[in-house]
Design a protein around this ligand. Structure first.
Ligand code: ZN
Length: 168
């Protein structure tokens, strides 16, 4: 999903050496570097305030449970997007937001940011994007999250202490 043309004027981009960033796409007619463009999304582990239960949702007719997620708007802080998506999809007000980790998802050219958020309400009032929702205990949530999904990696990573092995 590389950008070949300038998003402002349509001129074909060339690679130009940037002093600190290396070779970066450059538009000669705008005289401007054009840094790679990607989407930013948030995914949320939604917990009660006692942090012993987790809400998972089913969406789009699929049989397995996932985390609440959505795209960040231009100009919006990721934390605000996390709270907004939970309010939109579940009708629940978020009382705390904690960043966990990120993962780049090449299929949709999206940098996914995972948060744990807490809500005070017991009952959700989901919108049309949510087929069903349920509170789970911690171990139940691990057992019910969609297998081999990014949601599973985020959920288990958080529940296992949130310190991740890193290799460049
Ligand atoms: Zn241009």
């Amino acid at each position: 999903m590389d950008m070949n043309y300038c998003m402002q004027c349509g001129t074909r981009l060339i690679l130009r050496h940037h002093e600190t960033e290396g070779d970066i796409p450059y538009c000669e007619s705008c005289a401007a570097f054009r840094y790679p463009v990607f989407n930013t999304a948030v995914s949320m582990i939604v917990m009660n305030e006692a942090m012993d239960r987790i809400i998972l949702i089913k969406q789009y007719g699929k049989p397995t449970y996932v985390l609440v997620a959505g795209y960040v708007n231009k100009g919006e802080d990721a934390e605000a997007a996390a709270a907004r998506e939970v309010l939109e999809e579940l009708g629940m007000s978020v009382s705390s937001v904690h960043f966990n980790r990120s993962h780049y998802y090449p299929r949709t050219n999206t940098l996914m940011l995972n948060f744990t958020v807490t809500v005070r309400e017991e009952d959700a009032h989901p919108n049309w994007e949510v087929d069903s929702w349920r509170w789970f205990g911690i171990e139940e949530a691990r057992a019910n999250i969609r297998p081999d999904s990014l949601a599973e990696i985020f959920l288990n990573g958080y529940l296992d202490g949130g310190v991740y092995p890193f290799s460049p």
